[in-house]
Every structure is written in structure tokens, then in C-alpha cells.
Design a protein around this ligand. Structure first.
Ligand SMILES: [Zn+2]
Length: 356
């Protein structure tokens, strides 16, 4: 049977609800067939393709297109690959390319043994959303999945926008990279969280909410200033934990003495993002960014802060430039006139930029 007729027989192929995925899948499949016809044909006939079409199914094809040489061989020679991929295995395969350079150890361990926990919920704005936690160790923290699902609901509510992705995959492993972060959002659908943070009491760990914030337009990629993306992710995560557990988080003890946001912006502009990211000032984006936003929220009031925050998300979603001056203008415009002095002094203390 030809590959084309195999595809045409799949149940989901004629279902209108999978239209968007179908196009992505067919283009990934076409790329794979062009590169390696027998492999493409073999995968198209596997079980995971037969029933429903999900984001991670496309992820598997993307993985096969992105891995090369011994990394590809390492995957396709696994017994679990050879005997046909199921949905859990497709989720694991989806993560693999992101780990090749970042964490070769995660890559090898993912191929061998892993544990998957799945969950799902209906978010008021995004609708049905699924979650998968992929672990490399047998140690399980049963509180994480409910926390993740509840936090996703709180984050979506705060944003006023539907959660932009409908499948969240959390890998519990070393985040890798140059700096040892608690977590990292690798774009697409992945979040990586350190085992130490996963195994700890979730009420104390804002990292899950923080990484969920990074799916939203103004906190994603490089669309906004670094201090806003990271400090904003902390600000929302802290508010989520306050609401969910009545726990107050803040950066106390000033671990970034005398560092202003303007200094961080200047440093990044001078040395470039990558060097700034591996330099000593980078962590201050979180600390001073959240401290300013916390002070701004206190000055303008929680409701006005949320309104301005949503306006910024909306602007980023529309592709408008959410620059450093736009961020200040937006918050300032929503600040009651009796609070403007307070607002300006917060900016003068923590930002120190020239705005007029
Ligand atoms: Zn972050």
C-alpha cells in the first residue's frame, strides 16, 4: 500500500476539527519522505497515527526531521520505536531535539526510561488543554499535576487571553544551558523544570506558574525587554501563588544592590543578549523587574494593573512593539491621577531611565 493511501485511510484525515494539524502534519511528513522514504512510510503506518491527531504527533515527525546522524539512529533503533510509537512515546520523542545540545544527559536518559503522567482540563478561554509531565526518575510528586492545571487556569484568567497552546509538556530534568535556572520554557510546548523543584512542596515553587506565563505573547521570545518578560513572569507567578495558597513571595534582601533596569538594558544593548544572559547581571532582570512591577501594582492598584497588563499582552499578540517606553506609558495611563507621584517614584527608584 502506498503511503498516500495509508494516510487517506486514517480516521482523523477527514475530520474537519484537525484541519490545522493536518496541514502541519502533511508538510512534516512530506519533508521526512523526501529525506528518508522507508522511515517516513514506516512511521506513517504506526498506531499513534491511527486514532487521533494531536500536537505531539506532529512533534514526532518534527523530531525525525530535526535529528541527524547518530542522534536519529539512537532514536530509531530503540525497541520502543521499532515496535511502533504510541502517544506517550510520541510525547517523549517530541522533546528530544531540544535536548541534543542543551542536555545530552537528558537526551540519553529519555531514550532509555521515563515516566509520563498525563492530565487535562478545560480552561475557560482556551478550552480543552492537555498536560504531560515527563520524568527521568521514578520519584513522583503527585501534587504537581493538580498544581500545574490550577496554575494554568489562574494565569489564563490574569492574562485575559486564551492559553496559546493546547498541550503543555513538562520535562523534569536538568534545564541545561549556560546558567542553571530552575526552569526554562523552550518555546513550542515544552517546559523543563529541575528535579529538585519538582520534588519539593509545590506551594513554595513558583517555577511552574512562571514558565506557564512564558507561553503568552508579551512574555515570549524576545518581543519585550528582558526585565519585563522575566520580572513579569515572576510577578504573575507570585500573584497566582498568593491567590492559590495565600503565600506571599517577594525578592527581599536586595540581591541586586544598586542595579537599575536601565543598567540592564544598557548592558544587554552593549554586549548582546547571549553574553548578557551568561553574565552576572542577568538574574537582576527577575529581581528588579519583579520589584518594579510589584511597586507599580501597589501604586496603581491591583485592578488597574491587570487592565494595563492585559492591554500589553493584547498589543504583543497583535504584533505591536511593546517596548520599554510603551510599557511605562501603558501602566502610567491606567494609574489613577492621585497615584501618579507614587508611580513615578517607583520608576525613578528601580528603572532610572529617561522617559521624556
Ligand atoms: Zn523565565
Amino acid at each position: 500500500m502506498s503511503v498516500v493511501s495509508k494516510i487517506a485511510q486514517l480516521v482523523w484525515f477527514n475530520s474537519p476539527t484537525v484541519g490545522a494539524y493536518q496541514n502541519q502534519l502533511l508538510s512534516e511528513l512530506a519533508a521526512l519522505l523526501a529525506r528518508d522514504l522507508p522511515l517516513g512510510a514506516r512511521v506513517a503506518a504506526m498506531l499513534f497515527m491511527a486514532e487521533s491527531l494531536e500536537n505531539h504527533d506532529i512533534g514526532l515527525f518534527r523530531t525525525l526531521n530535526e535529528l541527524w546522524g547518530e542522534d536519529l539512529e539512537a532514536l530509531t533503533s530503540q525497541v520502543w520505536f521499532e515496535d511502533g510509537i504510541d502517544d506517550d512515546e510520541a510525547i517523549v520523542a517530541t522533546i528530544l531535539p531540544s535536548q541534543v545540545v542543551r542536555s545530552p544527559e537528558n537526551f540519553r536518559r529519555l531514550l532509555n526510561a521515563n515516566f509520563i503522567e498525563k492530565g487535562s482540563t478545560v480552561l475557560p478561554l482556551a478550552g480543552e488543554v492537555s498536560f504531560a509531565i515527563v520524568r527521568l526518575s521514578a520519584i513522583e510528586n503527585e501534587d504537581v499535576m493538580p498544581h500545574l492545571i490550577a496554575a494554568a487556569g489562574k494565569v489564563e484568567e490574569f492574562m485575559g487571553l486564551p492559553q496559546p497552546i493546547n498541550e503543555v509538556i513538562v520535562l523534569i530534568g536538568s534545564p541545561g544551558g549556560e546558567r542553571e535556572l530552575s526552569g526554562v520554557n523552550l518555546g513550542g510546548t515544552f517546559i523543563v523544570v529541575r528535579p529538585e523543584d519538582y520534588e519539593y512542596c509545590v506551594e513554595e515553587k513558583t517555577v511552574f506558574a512562571h514558565e506557564l506565563v512564558h507561553f503568552y505573547p508579551a512574555n515570549r521570545g524576545r518581543s519585550t525587554p528582558t526585565w519585563f518578560r522575566e520580572g513579569g513572569a515572576d510577578q504573575v507567578a507570585f500573584l497566582v501563588h498568593l491567590e492559590m495558597y495565600n503565600l506571599v513571595f517577594s525578592y527581599t534582601g536586595d540581591p541586586c544592590p544598586a542595579v537599575s533596569l536601565q543598567q540592564l538594558l544598557d548592558d544587554e544593548a552593549a554586549v548582546g543578549y547571549l553574553q548578557h544572559q551568561s553574565g552576572p547581571l542577568f538574574a537582576c532582570n527577575y529581581v528588579i523587574g519583579q520589584t518594579l512591577l510589584g511597586a507599580v501594582a501597589d501604586a496603581m492598584g491591583a485592578a488597574a494593573f491587570k487592565t494595563a497588563w492585559r492591554e500589553l499582552q493584547m498589543a504583543a499578540a497583535a504584533g505591536l512593539g511593546v517596548t520599554d517606553p510603551v510599557i511605562r506609558d501603558t501602566f502610567r495611563r491606567h494609574t489613577p491621577s492621585s497615584k501618579i507621584t507614587l508611580f513615578d517614584s517607583a520608576y525613578a527608584i528601580w528603572h532610572k531611565g529617561e522617559f521624556n
